[in-house]
Design a protein around this ligand. Structure first.
Ligand SMILES: Nc1nc2c(c(=O)[nH]1)N[C@H]1C(S)=C(S)[C@@H](COP(=O)(O)O)O[C@H]1N2
Ligand SMILES: [Mo]
Length: 229
């Protein structure tokens, strides 16, 4: 029996209906679209296989942009942790802040270099909540009903940031404001926008895209775009 503190994230909001993009992305997973079979290494090649560079910043999501005011914002950290947290905007902003410049790699093949994100590092949060020994993964929950999973060690990456700003300005609503996660070493679908909850779990479990044919881990350097089955 686990002794997890019961999640108070509550049930996820209802998902918006499928859009053309979400339907197409499910088909790409079935077809294995964009796979080059080439393995790249971040030490020698900055751009992972099958990716191309963009200068603008595309918007990708389920097609529904939730309105989350700073007043209504809550970030709940629950599950297999010693100290669960429910942070309002002021409490979140009162945590030590970091700035990190990173590259974005989206599974739909665009990449964007040098994005300066500001926020709270996941390591800072981990120090405060202290995951239980049996915690192995996290499920991220968002205000649009989106979910995505990460192994604990990926969530704990040195450059992973729970971000509120990009290039010195508050994150726009379309890019996930007030607060989104940024995990630079994995495909960008793992970087949940409109973050609402971080749930520590004993066993890795599929989120929205992972249930629809996308890879459980999503390492661009290993071209982990889709699941094998
Ligand atoms: N809450 C939420 N987060 C999300 C998504 C989403 O639909 N909902 N889409 C993911 C996908 S597939 C990508 S590529 C990135 C896109 O982020 P951007 O719109 O800021 O470029 O957000 C990720 N995070
Ligand atoms: Mo994506």
């Amino acid at each position: 029996m686990s002794e997890d503190i019961h999640s108070d994230i509550g049930s996820d909001p209802a998902l918006p209906p499928d859009t053309k993009l979400t339907t197409t992305k499910q088909r790409w997973a079935q077809e294995g679209r964009f796979l080059t079979g080439r393995v790249t290494r971040p030490e020698t090649e900055r751009l992972p296989a099958g990716q191309h560079l963009v200068k603008d910043w595309p918007v990708l999501d389920l097609g529904m942009t939730p309105v989350v005011t700073r007043e209504a914002f809550r970030l709940d950290v629950t599950g297999a942790v010693e100290t669960a947290l429910s942070l309002d905007w002021d409490a979140f902003r009162a945590l030590p802040q970091t700035r990190n410049v990173s590259d974005i790699h989206c599974v739909t093949t665009w990449s964007r270099y040098d994005n300066a994100f500001e926020g709270v590092s996941t390591r800072e949060l981990l120090e405060r909540v202290r995951p239980a020994p049996h915690a192995a993964a996290v499920m991220l929950h968002s205000y649009d009903g989106y979910t995505t999973n990460l192994l604990l060690e990926d969530f704990a990456a040195e450059d992973a940031v729970i971000a509120h700003s990009w290039e010195g300005a508050p994150l726009t609503r379309e890019h996930g404001g007030p607060v989104r996660l940024v995990v630079p070493h994995l495909y960008f679908w793992k970087s949940a926008k409109w973050l609402k909850g971080i749930e520590f779990i004993a066993r890795d479990k599929a989120g929205f895209w992972e249930e629809r044919g996308y890879h459980m881990r999503g390492d661009p350097w290993a071209e982990e775009r889709y699941s094998d089955d």
